[in-house]
Design a protein around this ligand. Structure first.
Ligand code: BES
Ligand code: ZN
Ligand code: ZN
Length: 500
């Protein structure tokens, strides 16, 4: 979808569909009153009759019968003016794409960005709308062959605004597009079947980024990983025919301040020998969402020209039960020399992250490390699909993430990493166990985070469990069913505001 701005009034805009928002009990603006008059009072009469009351997400289409240059009007309810927010704008925009497609329009024009929200700029509002439009329009269609021509797309959206605001508007469109394109890229990667999106495929995707002068990509294969003794990562890959990879994407490598982003990249999680039941295995192509989000974030920060060094790490492997698979009871010596007793081969994400966090800290000495992982089913039990769980060793970094989460609405909720939780990880045979020694999976998300803590020495570190937010079982306003691309906007916002 092309998105542009234009200094035209709604009264004179030639478009097939004019999208206009109204709060509950809002008085018609001067321009809208003019349109109302030209339409013989149709707008005021549907408001008067309570057919349209401006309730949140209410909608009403009006044919203009050539009385004004716009062919049709879509009136959208914005709810109570006091409760209006950037997130409501995103949601409204997402819903708009659905209306537009359903009614077979290819283009539309809107002035939704003119609706005032306290403490926001027109640039921010335009950005939020752009995000809602581009994220809402997304559909994964790579593998559809039948009736492909019936898949509806929108070709253009035009923001209508006063001339003096166009610069701010265009900036908002630009940033919104960078973030949405990167998010949709992550959605594509995560939705791609695991038979295609292998560790090698992901490494090749990373290579494409190296076209940018500010990016260097390094790919470590099985040989290099063996030499480095990254046995926790190698152990997970043992049961698979696919070669594991550790991909390192280094942006602005000469800058002093550096942030490491680490993403779990299990391109398929069968559970290994502790094999998952069918209903739990079916979506496990999504278990590389952490890595995909790191890749997408690296893509967006190049375009946003973030002034710091950001280093993305993607440990990539399958978790399969092949004949050389790791066995319950096996012990591996991790990169940092700690020994791990593997008591459940399905708790594999923490193993590949353990080696990668230790490797990143030792070899790159970043100022901060953030990892993202679809790590525990327990995270979905705790927070559902609404927020990711965040925990770590640095309260300031957690506070920054929370504020970026509130701004982007890719929200995080903190769980504690108290020392007591380490007790559950004490091994009988090795230094640490990869699962807690309790009755079941009590505090499963915290136990997984506590495990990771053993592999970070002194660098401020935060872990984000995205098991519930990376994949939706139902579509929402601007998130589709399947991969959501959660995390790109959150991390990009954090990096944009890093030194503020
Ligand atoms: N990839 C899964 C986590 C997961 C499970 C995400 C379900 C989304 C939905 C992870 O590797 C895993 O299998 N974790 C186990 C850990 C357990 C064995 C301690 C889990 O959560 O069941
Ligand atoms: Zn698993
Ligand atoms: Zn997993």
């Amino acid at each position: 979808m092309k998105i542009n701005s234009q200094s035209t009034k709604i009264t004179s805009c030639k478009t097939n569909l004019l999208v206009i928002g109204l709060f509950e009990k809002e008085k018609l603006s001067k321009e809208l009153s003019l349109i109302d008059k030209q339409l013989n009072g149709e707008i005021s009469s549907i408001i008067k009759s309570k057919q349209f009351a401006g309730e949140l997400f209410q909608s009403q289409t009006i044919s203009t019968l050539k009385k004004i240059p716009a062919k049709k009007i879509l009136l959208l309810g914005l709810g109570k003016e006091k409760e209006f927010s950037l997130e409501i704008l995103r949601k409204i925009a997402g819903l708009t794409t659905k209306f537009v497609k359903k009614q077979d329009f290819k283009e539309f024009a809107t002035n939704l960005q003119t609706k005032i929200i306290k403490n926001t700029t027109i640039e921010q509002r335009t950005q939020a709308l752009t995000e809602g439009f581009l994220l809402g329009e997304y559909k994964f269609t790579d593998y559809k062959t039948v009736d492909k021509d019936k898949i509806k797309t929108i070709s253009s959206c035009i923001f209508l605004e006063d001339k003096k605001e166009l610069l701010a508007l265009n900036n908002g469109i630009k940033i919104g597009r960078i973030l949405s394109d990167a998010t949709n890229y992550v959605r594509d990667l995560v939705n791609t079947p695991a038979g295609i999106a292998t560790p090698t495929f992901m490494a090749n995707e990373a290579k494409k980024l190296a076209k940018n002068k500010s990016i260097k990509v390094k790919i470590l294969g099985k040989k290099e990983l063996t030499k480095l003794k990254m046995n926790a990562l190698l152990g997970v890959s043992q049961g698979s025919s696919q070669e594991p990879k550790l991909v390192i994407i280094d942006y602005n490598s000469s800058k002093k301040e550096s942030i490491a982003l680490v993403g779990k990249g299990v391109t398929f999680d069968s559970g290994g020998l502790d094999i998952k039941p069918d209903a739990y295995m079916v979506d496990m192509k999504f278990d590389m969402a952490g890595a995909a989000t790191v890749l997408g974030t690296m893509k967006s920060i190049v375009d946003l020209k973030i002034p710091h060094r950001v280093i993305g790490f993607m440990p990539l492997t399958e978790n399969m039960p092949g004949s050389s698979a790791q066995k319950p009871g096996d012990v591996v010596i991790a990169y940092n020399k700690k020994t791990i007793e593997i008591l459940n081969t399905d708790a594999e994400g923490r193993l590949i992250l353990a080696d990668t966090l230790a490797y990143a800290e030792k070899n790159y000495k970043p100022n901060a490390m953030i990892d993202l992982a679809t790590l525990t089913g327990a995270c979905i039990m705790a927070l559902g699909y609404t927020a990711a769980a965040v925990m770590g060793t640095d309260e300031k970094l957690i506070a920054k993430l929370k504020s970026s989460g509130d701004e982007t609405y890719e929200r995080v909720w903190e769980l504690p990493l108290w020392d007591e939780y380490q007790d559950f990880l004490k091994g009988d045979v090795a230094d640490v166990r990869n699962i807690g020694n309790m009755k079941g999976y009590e505090a499963g998300t915290i136990v997984a985070g506590s495990f990771l803590k053993n592999f970070v020495e002194k660098t401020p570190w935060v872990h984000i469990d995205i098991a519930g937010t990376a994949w939706f079982i139902k579509e929402t306003h601007y998130n589709p069913k399947g991969a959501t691309g959660y995390g790109v906007r959150l991390l990009s916002n954090l990096l944009q505001n890093w030194k503020k």
